[in-house]
Design a protein around this ligand. Structure first.
Ligand code: PRX
Length: 635
């Protein structure tokens, strides 16, 4: 029996048992039957969470682009690999076949080589959702360069930090981007960033908005003329299974962003296998994930997972509300989308606009709906189920992380009965545990604890770029021999998991992970600010929004608070990006602290949520009187 395509619940349980009883044998079979290898592995898995060190398919040789593109050329050469749907509905969509994708990737890979990029070099990609983004990612993989995609909504400062952290030699960007009715000047952001990046010697610029931009001599080059001259022949670099494929930054609760390093073979096998099963992808389905390739969801489930399965994957440049809130449904109808994968924040924003937009469009092509990025609330779940899926398309609520590389806890469409707000069952090979604060595993049902994973899975990140100790401290030190996710979860009587949210100081705003410490550090740079504390509070559309408690220095007192609020948010926009702006700012006389000087965020969180009925014992605080004044000040 092939275990590659699971079709019903019993089969899921059967395959799951097999995958945990003998993981090596299980993954070996999957890898052997469904992928293209230049050399097979010597050893399927070796691991030691105490180091931590994990290796999958050691000794194997491959190139992931051969799996994503070349092997389909014979059977699917003319099939559409990528449908590019532009920001404006007036611009025509582009259908890129596997053959064309091959040609584009090879040419781009040759441009990289001609500009001195070699295997192992890091290349930063800062592009909007245009075909060049997917193509440049694959071009890096083709020649063994490590891509580091930075979401093109980050500021120059945030971009520079990420470029420098992994020593990128090259940045790939565009003259600008379209985002709804706006155009953004990406190139000048790159210019500002690269001024502080001595390691960057080349900036390649794709033309998208035809704006007049500044080109720096000897550094900047227009991409198109280079592509026009490049050869379409580029033999893939043969990589080791454990060679890094990419770095992707994610926020931590403290410190600089963490460059999660993903390897080649394990990542490929797991993302392809999850894609096929979770979404029940069957040819010639058209699959659409609305995420940006700047996030892990786009890496794994717009590019690598779908292409590895020879799927047709949609890349959308725009936003859900431009020109109207019908845009998503227009696209579903136009391209006859079969699987639609989005985030709860988008669902809530669309739900708020009512069903009239949906009623104008034929959504009968939809078979499977997906959600990712944050817990989905019951109301949004039902709205999605009733109005988009018409109660006939299962919703796969997929829980995973940048660090996990692929989907970890999820229903398998048409196999796993869904339950609103539950991510349901672990995917094949995934062994979750719930732990209490004392390090005991919580067994049985109806338990609530910290979510860990006790056994390696193929697509787990292998390290944090340049800081293995931090990788160990962050993920493998809370509990012995367990990967700690940073999320809380509960398990019900049938073994279904419900993710309850972060248990650390990461706040998820509109599905984006934001660490509180970097934002606080930024705010504290404002000359009028003495100190600050950020907490999350529930927000109707964004899931969570940021609430900042800020204490001013003497010099800041007397300043007009609204002006200060604007300045502080501007500072955050400049240093991090608009996604980290504070929704509410309250100026306070002080912040509640423990006797050891630690800010009591639990209390601040409750006040921000508007729940002051049960603040717990505040008498042990160094400054209990501050709490009353904060509650007063909020009113
Ligand atoms: O808190 C969980 C939440 O998003 C975090 C991971 O964020 P990031 O690395 O940006 O990756 C997002 C896309 C995979 C998790 O620790 N999260 C993600 N998916 C879900 C979720 N929370 C609840 N339900 C989900 N389906």
């Amino acid at each position: 029996m092939s275990n590659y395509h699971i079709k019903h619940l019993e089969e899921y349980y059967q395959v799951y048992r097999k995958s945990v009883r003998n993981p090596s044998a299980f993954w070996e079979e999957i890898a052997e039957e469904h992928f293209m290898w230049r050399r097979k592995w010597d050893n399927v898995l070796s691991w030691d969470f105490s180091k931590p060190e994990v290796k999958w398919f050691e000794g194997a040789k491959l190139n992931i682009t051969e799996n994503c593109i070349d092997r389909h050329l014979f059977t699917r050469g003319d099939k559409t690999a990528i449908i590019f749907e532009p920001n404006s509905p007036d611009e025509e969509a582009l259908h890129i076949s596997y053959k064309e994708l091959h040609e584009r990737v090879c040419k781009f890979a040759n441009v990289l080589k001609n500009n001195g990029i070699k295997k192992g070099d890091r290349v930063c990609i800062y592009l909007p959702m245009i075909p060049e983004l997917a193509v440049s990612v694959l071009a890096c993989a083709r020649i063994g360069a490590i891509h580091s995609v930075v979401f093109a909504g980050f500021s120059a400062n945030a971009l520079a930090t990420r470029i420098n952290d992994c020593d990128c030699k090259m940045v790939i960007t565009s003259d600008g981007s379209y985002r709804g009715a706006k155009t953004l000047d990406l190139k000048s952001i790159v210019d500002d960033a690269v001024e502080n990046c001595p390691g960057v010697d080349t900036v390649l610029v794709a033309k998208r908005i035809n704006s007049e931009i500044n080109m720096v001599q000897d550094r900047d080059q227009w991409l198109q003329p280079l592509l026009d001259e490049a050869s379409t022949d580029c033999q893939p670099e043969i990589m080791d299974a454990e060679d890094p494929l990419f770095i992707l930054y994610t926020s931590g609760s403290t410190g600089t962003p963490k460059g999660m390093v993903h390897s080649t073979a394990g990542y490929m096998v797991y993302t392809a296998y999850t894609f096929k099963n979770v979404f029940q992808y069957r040819e010639p389905d058209v699959y659409w994930c609305t995420a940006d390739i700047g996030w892990i969801t786009g890496h794994s489930y717009i590019v690598y997972g779908p292409l590895c399965n020879g799927a047709t994957t949609v890349m959308f440049e725009g936003v859900p509300n431009y020109p109207t809130f019908s845009r998503f449904w227009e696209i579903v109808e136009k391209h006859k989308v079969n699987q639609f994968y989005t985030a709860p924040t988008a669902i809530r924003a669309l739900a708020k606009e009512g069903v009239s937009h949906l009623e104008k469009h034929d959504l009968s092509s939809l078979k499977v709906l997906g959600t990712v990025g944050e817990p989905i609330n019951e109301e949004a779940w039902h709205w999605y189920d009733d109005n988009v899926g018409k109660k006939k398309s299962p919703i796969v609520d997929t829980w995973w992380q940048t660090e996990t590389g692929g989907i970890m806890i999820t229903p398998i469409a048409f196999c796993t009965p869904t339950k609103p707000t539950y991510a349901t069952l672990p995917f094949i090979g995934v062994q979750p545990t719930l732990m209490d604060a004392d390090g005991n595993e919580l067994t049985g049902s109806q338990v609530n604890g910290n979510l860990c994973i006790k056994f390696p899975w193929p697509s787990m990140a292998r390290t944090i770029w340049g800081n293995h100790q931090r990788y160990k401290d962050t993920y493998f030190s809370a509990y012995e021999n367990q990967y700690f996710t940073g999320d809380g979860a509960l398990r019900d009587e049938v073994g279904y998991y419900r993710i309850t949210g972060r248990v650390d100081d990461v706040i998820i705003v509109s599905g984006h992970n934001l660490g509180t410490a970097p934002i606080e550090d930024t705010i504290n740079e404002h000359p009028a600010v003495a100190e600050s504390a950020i907490v999350g509070f529930p927000h109707e559309i964004k899931g969570n929004a940021l609430y900042g408690y800020i204490t001013l220095k003497d010099s800041g007192e007397g300043r007009i608070h609204d002006n200060l609020r604007k300045e502080i948010n501007q500072l955050i926009t400049d240093q991090i990006g608009p996604i980290a702006k504070l929704e509410k700012i309250q100026f306070t006389q002080g912040l509640p602290k423990t006797r050891s000087g630690k800010i009591m965020r639990r209390i601040l969180r409750k006040i921000a949520e508007g729940d002051t009925s049960n603040l717990g014992d505040t008498s042990t605080l160094l400054n209990p009187e501050v709490v009353e004044s904060i509650i007063e000040g909020k009113k």
